[in-house]
Ligand binder design. Structure first.
Ligand SMILES: Nc1ncnc2c1ncn2[C@@H]1O[C@H](COP(=O)(O)OP(=O)(O)OP(=O)(O)O)[C@@H](O)[C@H]1O
Length: 632
């Protein structure tokens, strides 16, 4: 009708197209799932808009999807009478990727086809998957409520064209000109099979031409899918395969889910929910602002994707749908935020998700372990943010420990507690190796007192909020006085302790003066048995590890309170210090004592070169090399 204009794809689209064609060719049939799913979304959107303006549906109220093949033209056509697109919408939707996190996603791709295809799967391949099987795609579309129709065409190589065309029926028609080697998709049987497999749950009828006795298509249409929203059907009528395919289509995941829960609730609240635990983390798991949440339907009408209000942020990996009979059809995102119905829904779904997680823990320890490794750090955010679920999440959590090879639960820890111990001890550290060799746990290890080793980045915040579990206080072994005596009392040890206190009183005071700039005080330790010294903080001070994390995050302006230096009374270094007069050697040795403690906790020295010099000066002090310069 009018001039054809040519446009260039946005760079990200070009990259995605290239990757898609090269990574997904081994599973080309998914194009049909993607296009049928888009057609179904288009019908959902129209139904939603028609709530306000029923004239949009009036001339053709029966929403449906049609699939047709043409062997001579070698085309497959997917057609819907949904919302359609205006010219601007076509440019916006089929020329760019507006999704947040796209660049980030593309950066994660490695060029390794196998890995990338998994990632692309999580990202959602969408419309562009048409180019896996087609070397030319034509889209004819007319938006509901408008007469103007548009044609979009592209060979997927970098450009597309747009032209205004004669008006056409409402909705969108996608014509795929198949690539040379994709003839299998011209077979109606093959297409039926794919639709059954991937799109049976689509609430809309998907139709194909009825075949005659010779297998040739006739004028008549027949519906080839179950055409009822999966979650509205009775559980007993739904097979695992159907649940799994439904998950893949709502979650845009290639992989099977771990578990699901399908519930119909009537009475006080009236809704159906179908929620899934994925096996694998979505690419944007760490982005707390990412699109996530459940699909919301009201009385079977699709309302929105990513209804974040239905789930707490710490369950942002859960996928599925909620169909409410209590919410009004014209519900908006703003309304969702202040709705009591939604609050109730959220707590019910949260509980259900936790039940599912608990069920997994109970039934399959191995699967749960890998689930926890993937999602545990996110779920633990709930301990911080969700006081109501704190204890329950803490109970589900798995922690490393000094007493087990793998991980343990808090309940198992409590069960192992010897008589006399009334606290749960833990240490936070950068990683497991640092934690295991930390001086702070030596005394506990010697007395066989179990210590939890917390090495997730969130753990430091977690223990800031989880101060007790089942009436047992959680106590850091790097904080305050190690009250090991309350766990294992031994009168002989107490007497020995008192003797050492007197013996080294003077040495400790001198140490304190020498290290005044860096430490708050110096005292004898009960927690050390091998290492000469360690740093601890006061009962209520910020932990050293948290201080480190904040420093790494660039929060240098933190008012750093000075730590306490604890010294091992059985280590020979203390005896040596006692013998030394105040002077350069005493200062060198006391400084090195402090610096060792800094290194042992995995922190960095402010002046490592000076430490090396000091160390050499000390080691070679008898070789007559007093300035240490050569040795260093
Ligand atoms: N059949 C259609 N009718 C109307 N609009 C469509 C149709 N197919 C695609 N679109 C529009 O094009 C956009 C891009 O589609 P695409 O499949 O690439 O991504 P998406 O559907 O948003 O994401 P995903 O497929 O991952 O859910 C859609 O959001 C929709 O607005």
């Amino acid at each position: 009708m009018s001039d054809t204009q040519s446009f260039e794809f946005q760079t990200e689209v070009k990259q995605l197209l290239h990757l898609m064609i090269h990574s997904l060719y081994s599973n080309p049939e998914i194009f049909l799932r993607e296009l049928v799913s888009n057609a179904s979304d288009a019908a959902d959107k129209l139904r939603y808009e028609a709530l306000k303006d029923d004239s949009l549906l009036a001339d053709d109220p029966e929403l449906r999807i049609e699939i047709e093949t043409d062997k001579t033209q070698r085309t497959v056509t997917i057609r819907d009478n949904g919302i359609g697109m205006s010219r601007d919408e076509v440019v916006e939707n089929l020329g760019t990727i507006a999704r947040s996190g796209t660049r980030n996603f593309l950066e994660q791709l490695s060029g390794d086809e196998q890995k990338d295809s998994g990632l692309i799967g999580q990202f959602g391949v969408g419309f562009y998957s048409a180019f896996i099987v087609a070397d030319r795609v034509t889209v004819n579309t007319r938006r509901a409520g408008s007469e103007a129709a548009v044609r979009w065409t592209s060979d997927g190589e970098g450009r597309y064209t747009l032209a205004d065309i004669e008006t056409r029926p409402r909705g969108t028609e996608i014509i795929l000109h198949l690539r040379e080697d994709q003839d299998e998709f011209l077979e109606p049987m093959r297409l039926r099979h794919i639709v059954k497999r991937y799109s049976d749950h689509i609430a809309l009828p998907v139709r194909m031409r009825k075949a005659d006795d010779e297998g040739q298509p006739t004028e008549e249409w027949e519906t080839i899918n179950a055409a009822s929203a999966l979650w509205t059907r009775a559980k007993s009528d739904i097979s695992d395969e159907e649940y799994i395919e439904f998950y893949k289509s709502v979650a845009h995941d290639f992989e099977d889910p771990l578990r699901w829960a399908h519930n119909r609730v009537e009475g006080n609240q009236d809704y159906t929910s179908l929620v899934y635990l994925p096996k694998r983390a979505p690419f944007d798991l760490w982005d707390r602002e990412s699109n996530h949440g459940l699909k919301l339907y009201v009385k079977r009408v699709f309302i929105m994707d990513d209804a974040k209000q239905l789930l707490p942020t710490w369950l942002r990996f859960v996928r599925g749908v909620v169909d409410s009979n209590d919410l009004p059809l014209n519900v908006s995102r703003e309304l969702l935020q202040s709705s009591r119905v939604v609050d109730k829904l959220r707590s019910a779904i949260t509980k259900r998700a936790l039940d599912m997680i608990q069920g997994l823990a109970k039934d399959d320890a191995e699967q749960f372990a890998s689930f926890w490794e993937t999602f545990g750090p996110v779920i633990k955010e709930g301990i911080v943010e969700d006081a109501g679920q704190r204890e329950r999440i803490a109970g589900l959590a798995r922690w490393h420990t000094t007493h087990e090879e793998g991980t343990t639960t808090l309940d198992a820890y409590i069960e192992r507690m010897p008589e006399g111990q009334d606290k749960i001890y833990y240490l936070t550290a950068e990683n497991l190796a640092t934690a295991k060799s930390s001086p702070h746990i030596e005394g506990f290890a010697k007395k066989n007192v179990e210590v939890l080793l917390l090495t997730d980045r969130v753990d430091e915040w977690v223990v800031g909020h989880l101060t007790e579990y089942k009436d047992k206080q959680l106590v850091s072994v790097a904080r305050g006085e190690a009250d090991l005596q309350s766990v294992v009392t031994d009168p002989k040890e107490e007497a020995e302790q008192a003797r050492l206190e007197t013996l080294y009183k003077d040495t400790l005071e001198r140490l304190g003066t020498s290290l005044e700039a860096d430490v708050e005080s110096v005292r004898l330790s009960q927690r050390l048995t091998e290492s000469p010294a360690c740093l601890v903080v006061g009962e209520h001070a910020m932990s050293r590890h948290l201080e480190q994390l904040l420093k790494q995050a660039g929060e240098s302006g933190m008012p750093g309170s000075k730590p306490i230096l604890e010294v091992n009374p059985t280590h020979p270094i203390l005896e040596t210090l006692k013998q030394l007069d105040q002077g350069e050697q005493f200062d060198d040795l006391s400084r090195m004592l402090y610096e060792q403690a800094v290194l042992a906790e995995g922190s960095q020295l402010t002046d490592p070169a000076a430490f090396v010099k000091r160390l050499n000066r000390w080691v070679f002090r008898d070789a007559g090399n007093t300035d240490g310069a050569d040795a260093a």
